[in-house]
Design a protein around this ligand. Structure first.
Ligand code: HEM
Length: 178
């Protein structure tokens, strides 16, 4: 109940496009210790993620719309946790993905923001199991949008990158609350 209230409270207080980087979650504020930076991405995989995301960037609004359509189709129970209109949310998601993609070769510089994002997701009542659903949906969407350009190697690289980010997001609030 509190988590739901908080998700709605945040929806009204966190409208800045830079919120991905700036907003500090209650879950993060509560705790302190440093969290561990995950191992670096393989440079070839980083390149595959980057070149494929560069193809998505010009059509990111449409890509986000496809993503949320698919997400609410495979997991209708998640619909209520998002605003009715997911246009803004889609832009924030794509900006966050862009931020991570740009920083894959210098993880230590982006991981604090990824941790903050993970802590904020606790406020949104997101559970660990949701990360697999979102990850599968992201991969499905990229395949749909990129077609043949989404080669098996590219898919593997995205799975690797998403897994790393999801792991860091899931771990952060737990480590800080410990
Ligand atoms: C790598 C994984 C993910 C990324 C990069 C991501 C990114 C974002 C971003 C950038 C926001 C905007 C608000 C903020 O910055 O705090 C957001 C909000 C949100 N995300 Fe995620 N997210 C991820 C995973 C998930 C998962 C697994 C769920 C589970 C369903 C989820 C559900 C939500 C919800 C409910 C909101 C708040 C919407 C609102 O109230 O406006 N996200 N996410």
């Amino acid at each position: 109940m509190f988590a739901l209230f908080f998700a709605h409270y945040k929806r009204f207080t966190q409208q800045s496009p830079n919120s991905f980087v700036k907003f500090e979650s209650f879950n993060c504020k509560r705790a302190a210790p440093e969290t561990k930076t995950p191992a670096s991405m393989d440079p070839d995989e980083t390149e595959l993620v980057r070149t494929s995301f560069a193809k998505v960037a010009p059509i990111k609004a449409a890509t986000a719309a496809i993503f949320y359509d698919r997400l609410f189709q495979v997991a209708p129970e998640l619909r209520g946790t998002f605003p009715t209109d997911v246009t803004q949310q889609g832009a924030k998601l794509m900006a966050a993905i862009g931020f991570v993609v740009a920083g894959l070769d210098r993880l230590e510089s982006i991981i604090p923001q990824v941790h903050e994002l993970g802590c904020r997701h606790v406020d949104y009542a997101v559970r660990d199991a949701h990360y697999d659903i979102v990850g599968d949906t992201l991969i499905w969407t990229l395949e749909k949008v990129l077609g043949a350009a989404f080669t098996p190697e590219t898919r593997k690289a995205w799975i690797e990158a998403y897994g790393m980010v999801a792991e860091a997001m899931i771990a952060a609030p737990k480590m800080r609350a410990a």
